[in-house]
Ligand binder design. Sequence first.
Ligand code: MV4
Length: 450
Amino acid sequence: MFEKILVANRGEIALRVIRAAREMGIQTVAVHSTADSDAMHVRMADESVCIGPPPGIDSYLSIPSIIAACEITGAQAIHPGYGFLSENANFVQIVEDHDLTFIGPTAKHIQVMGDKITAKDTMKELGVPCVPGSEGGVPDLESARALCEDIGYPVIVKATAGGGGRGMKVAETAADIDTAFRTARSEAKAAFGNDEVYIEKYLTTPRHIEIQVFGDGKGKAVHLGERDCSLQRRHQKVFEEAPGPCISAEERAKIGKVCADAVAKIDYAGAGTIEFLYEKGEFYFIEMNTRLQVEHPVTEAIFGVDLVREQIRVAAGLPMSFSQENLDINGHAIEVRINAEKLPEFAPRPGRISQFHAPGGLGVRMDSALYDGYSIPPYYDSLIAKLIVHGPDRASALARLDRALGELIVDGVETTVPLFHALLQEEDILSGDYNIHWLEHWLETNLRDG
Ligand code: MV4
């Protein structure tokens, strides 16, 4: 096992990794920008290294600084958290070239899944159900027009270098395809330096269901059920739950096995998420994320596992500590993402936290790097806390969420907490009857004027 690992991230996810490492008897190195000298992850780690000025590009994304921090401290492995360098295949290669271990999948797997066309080709080949659409890239407008007549409108044009909602254009009818295709191409070129696009049937009212998978890198893999992450705004998730309110045990076992078998077949190592659109009882693959996700705690809650511990074990060459037979779901979990943002426009509101009190009690987990007097810097993501509740069933998890939100105190900055109080008054949320458009529609009709 590693003696010392470096955490190449900040905020709550850095704490999450430091905590897992400490429980395993592993020393931790925090890295930080000059804006984060007083951040909790620096305080909580065994040692810390300043790696650059505030902007992420000069610090948490600075590969030479992070490699140098490993060399200075003798850290043997790097946990990337999520965001920043977590899905950067070039970084993984450099880490390996320096005889360090990347706690995550191989550069090759990251690269394959990072290109959305090769990801889809790979998954299709592995027997994962995909959205009907083009075979690979669509080279020109003529092919696009012909193909869309076959698929049937509406269609969606997506950038292969995109993902997470970036670089997509919907064409409702044949009259829209020229503009959708040209705009998708030129935006993809400008944003990613790669104008390759593919086309899919546009599903109008799906849910976003994602399957958590975990592989040992040696042909063994499991699934840990699904999360429903349909409640999102501008491709930012705000509320996630597991299990999905609309997914039966039979559906879970079936799609779960397809996903576990697929990642086993490619010798995938570590945590991964296979994203689907789910409509009328069918799953359609869209993308695979090759990292630990923000919302992983809801899966940890219902399966009673520590996914970060497992990531570290597998990276160190140890076998997985669970197998599919001993993975059982216990109850229901919900996560809400608390952002330092002003409603209704979700405008970032960094600033000083004058008072912070985390909720607690049975079935409540608060992942946050906040403390009394902490100043949220303006340079990074506005996520300041994840509140995760777990109960024997969905109704008790919802009641626990309401109770925990009532205990929470975050004074000094505006947050998205009022949104969650309001959502808990909504019949559709209480019944689980929502899709990927529900929240944006609700915000439009309810929060327009605060
Ligand atoms: C789609 C779709 C409908 N049909 N693909 C958005 C994020 C990216 N991961 C894929 N996305 C979508 N792909 C087809 N064929 C609708 C979306 C989509 C969406 C998906 C998941 C969660 C929220 C979403 C919000 C708008 C659009």
